[in-house]
Design a protein around this ligand. Structure first.
Ligand SMILES: Cc1cc2nc3c(=O)[nH]c(=O)nc-3n(C[C@H](O)[C@H](O)[C@H](O)COP(=O)(O)OP(=O)(O)OC[C@H]3O[C@@H](n4cnc5c(N)ncnc54)[C@H](O)[C@@H]3O)c2cc1C
Length: 474
């Protein structure tokens, strides 16, 4: 059986691993962080863009349209959130011609779209600014919960013999008879290496070859998060008309009822996920010509994510010029999330279909976790009767029970940190931002993992609770 090594457990690596897990191959995913979806996949707008925007003839245009069409089935099969809320792309008088070009592009790509007058649009989105003159409605635009999908994909891949090596940083790659991939913890051999290292893809590639055909300039996007109290502020994703600089500052209703405002677009260092007053102020400034009465009093958090923007303004998915079994899946900036199911299919068709891998005779599908929020009152009552810990509320804001947290620890690829629990089950995502529930979550982690409380990690390797307040990273 062939051995395939995937570097990076973001949405790209997870979709590729999941695709390959259907075949008789040995797949090992190596991730430097202590959880899945800890890079760009953790911090973005979570939109399944339909694909009207990318430049004609690019891989982005092809894979975005295909990926967006694959998402409903993917989310249904994995039991993940998918909310088709639709999008309004707004234009001021001077942008109307650009919006018309976008509309024609959408029609050519078979994407449902229609042009609305401001009066028609304001019937559905009353907070739209009066200076807007035209709106393009794109009803198939959706929002998802990116790390839920990445974790679900990896859980299912793991249940079908994919190996996932967390907390291992790839530090060297060479070709002998086969590829030798060295991490800071061990050595792996593979017939293929897939570089899906996100913003670090160029760094990984340069471990193996010189004269790379692409260059990544990281670009940061900052956001505000509004509490669920602002849930009805908008119903659609609201975009300005895109420009050469990007999609602009958006207003995004999330699958859980929060609202995201952002992102900015700023050149930055690879690991710079800081936020700044200037960046966040620019969000307010940019939104002031698209919306009235933004409920800024409902801000509960700010965050930022870093795009792996390539110098060719396109994804770079090619074998290495040095050796065809080293694959670059690089420059996966926006719309990487929307495209990722199609990226995995493309990688498989283009690079592995000739190998004649046999499909597994038996494939184990994942059982989605119990999410009390999704259950009817009657089903909730039955669950609590069976196990009272499903009725023991730990996070009062998001109404998360103790048992949902315990389940998240014991599932395949289970949570090992407070942040890992937060990503999977959401305690700490509400207005109090964990002020009440984080100590309780820490105590559950300590008990279930059998470790002292001060050994519990908040997030990264160096974030032991015992170190917080002593200069450790929180
Ligand atoms: C602000 C912002 C908004 C966005 N909004 C959208 C959107 O709404 N819709 C959309 O379609 N796309 C969006 N995107 C783009 C999308 O988020 C990315 O394209 C996607 O998440 C990239 O996933 P990835 O798996 O390629 O990278 P990542 O998620 O970054 O995963 C790469 C992984 O590789 C690991 N790694 C790196 N180096 C090493 C090493 N040496 N050893 C081991 N592991 C390593 C990292 O730790 C990381 O986990 C947005 C991006 C940003 C920043």
């Amino acid at each position: 059986m062939k051995d395939i090594i995937i570097i990076g457990a973001g949405i790209t690596g997870c979709f590729i691993a999941h695709k390959l897990s259907h075949y008789e191959v040995n797949v090992t995913v190596i991730e430097q962080e202590n959880d899945i979806a800890a890079g760009t996949t953790m911090a973005n707008s979570a939109i399944v863009h339909t694909g009207y925007d990318p430049e004609e003839g690019t891989l982005k245009a092809l894979l975005n349209v295909q990926g967006a069409r694959m998402y409903p089935a993917v989310c249904r099969e994995l039991g993940c959130f998918y909310h088709r809320c639709g999008a309004f792309i707004t234009a001021h008088k001077q942008e109307e011609a650009d919006l018309q070009i976008l509309y024609e592009k959408a029609c050519r790509r078979g994407i449902r779209a229609s042009m609305l007058s401001i009066e028609e649009a304001r019937k559905e989105e009353p907070k739209l600014h009066a200076s807007i003159t035209k709106v393009m409605s794109v009803p198939d635009t959706a929002v998802i919960y990116p790390w839920e999908i990445a974790i679900a994909l990896m859980e299912e891949a793991a249940e079908n013999q994919t190996r996932i090596k967390l907390s291992e940083k790839v530090i060297a790659i060479r070709k002998e008879e086969r590829f030798i991939v060295e991490t800071d913890q061990g050595v792996y051999e593979g017939d293929y290496v897939i570089n899906a290292a996100g913003v670090k893809a160029e760094e990984i590639a340069s471990l193996y070859e010189d004269d790379l055909p692409y260059h990544i300039q990281p670009k940061k996007g900052q956001y505000y998060v509004l509490s669920k109290r602002a849930k009805d502020f908008v119903r659609h994703i609201l975009y300005p008309t895109p420009t050469a600089a990007g999609k602009g500052v958006l207003c995004v209703p999330t699958v859980h009822g929060n609202t995201l405002l952002g992102p900015t677009s700023e050149c930055c260092d690879h690991e710079d996920t800081s936020t700044s007053k200037e960046g966040l102020d620019s969000i307010r400034m940019r939104l002031s010509t698209m919306l009235y009465d933004v409920p800024y009093e409902e801000i509960i958090r700010s965050y930022s994510g870093v795009r792996a923007t390539g110098n060719q303004n396109d994804f770079y998915i090619q074998p290495s010029a040095k050796e065809g079994h080293f694959l670059h899946v690089a420059c996966i900036d926006s719309p990487g999330l929307a495209s990722s199911p199609a990226i995995a299919a493309y990688v498989f068709d283009k690079f592995f279909s000739h190998e004649g891998f046999c499909e597994k005779a038996v494939y184990h599908h994942r059982t989605p976790p119990v999410v009390m929020e999704k259950l009817s009152m009657e089903d909730k009552r039955k669950m609590i009767e069976k196990n009272p810990a499903y009725g023991e509320i730990v996070c009062r804001c998001e109404r998360i029970s103790k048992q949902e947290i315990i389940d998240a620890i014991h599932r395949p690829c289970g949570a090992r940190t407070i942040k890992g629990i937060k990503k999977r089950v959401r305690p700490g995502m509400g207005p109090c931002q964990g002020g009440f529930c984080e100590p309780l979550v820490a105590a559950i982690l300590a008990e279930e993992l059998g470790i002292p409380l001060q050994e519990v990690l908040y997030d990264s390797h160096s974030s032991h609770l015992g170190e917080i307040g002593k200069g450790g990273k929180g």
